[in-house]
Design a protein around this ligand. Sequence first.
Ligand code: KE4
Length: 428
Amino acid sequence: MSSETLSSKLFTKAKQYIPGGVNSPVRAFRNVGGEPFFVRRAKGCRIWDVDGRDMIDYVGTWGPAILGHAPQCVIDAVHNAAKDGVSFGIPNIYEVEMAQLICEWVPSVEKVRMVNSGTEATMSCVRLARGFTGRDRIVKFDGCYHGHVDALLVAAGSGALTHGKPDSAGIPKSYAELTTVLPYNDVAALEECFAKQGHEIAAIIVESYPANAGLILPQPGYLQKLREITLKHGALLIFDEVMTGFRVAKGGVQEVEKIMPDLTAMGKVIGGGLPVGAFGGRAEIMDMLAPDGPVYQAGTLSGNPLAMAAGLAQLREMEKQHGWSHLEKLGKMMEDAVLEVLKKTGRNYQWYRTGSMFCLFFTETPVHNLTDAKTSDLAAFRKFFHYCLEHGVYFAPSQFETGFISMAHGPHDLAKTAEVVQEALLAL
Ligand code: KE4
């Protein structure tokens, strides 16, 4: 009997047909080493791999599974919708209901358009901001990820305050040069940038709470500063709430921080696990979109009835269960347990949390930007990750990601997790 696992056999086969054996790079475990496992099924807060191992899941399909995996309300909604058709490419009831819900729940959104991924949502926000302002320059922040948009896969260039440089092969230098990349939480750099380039800046795009370099929270007043400086210079403020939207609060970060961005990119939770994205904002900006306006944007499967039905079912269930206050209770429970473990094991690692989103940086340096995050001990994180995985707890396979607690996690799951975390830290 081959000792080779079924996951390993599947990965060998996958690499024959799919680049890197995965449909998205982070799934390949390159940040933690080893091979990825293959999932057989997922339910609630648990996933089972093809070799029969089961584990408590804190990736939650990278955010969408806010109710946990395969919630019955979503299964039923998709089943019922599918009986009437799985795709139309024709205006349908579901997309109107979803649009109305988003406009009612998200404070700054007066009109919204559905797309099929977070990348499409942020890409469309950038094009719309350029079309509305007639300007070309975009400002983003080091460590923020907005999907694989050419204009946003840009690293801080030399002389960061002037031009970015491509952060991926295949992106023309001319594209990257229109993007300025600034350090996050750095007001002086922001003011210097706008003093020099304010007249040509179409928009700032920012993860409302950056969660793609681990979880990096804004310093007090920083988001307000972004709002003020964009208003002063006639630029737009785009909140990328693909991850935080409908997760940190019913109305996202903009509800929590009481800040009104001009445009918001959304995704993940609003699809109930099916492919989805959305972007919305002030009506005078959104009305620039075709067919009414000159900014073109389109999508075959945008407003797909199954994705809309799944998302509506999930969002309404969250509202019915007062999910956001419950997730805060679960998050606090996890935080208390982890901080206790850090004390017991003498590890002065940096823990950050907002609601059900959390990150433990393996560094003793407080983390306020990407440079701080990069002081993390990646070898220690790798050992920690694999110890937890082998003991039934699945965290994101990278130090530079954020964990998610779902409505399906219970106190016993969190207690078990804290035990494994303690053992893993002691084993470092
Ligand atoms: P998608 O195109 O992957 O649906 O969304 C892109 C995106 C946009 N904005 C934010 C704030 C995001 O977090 C994302 C995608 N998040 C990653 C997880 N860090 C998706 C996982 C992956 O790339 O496989």
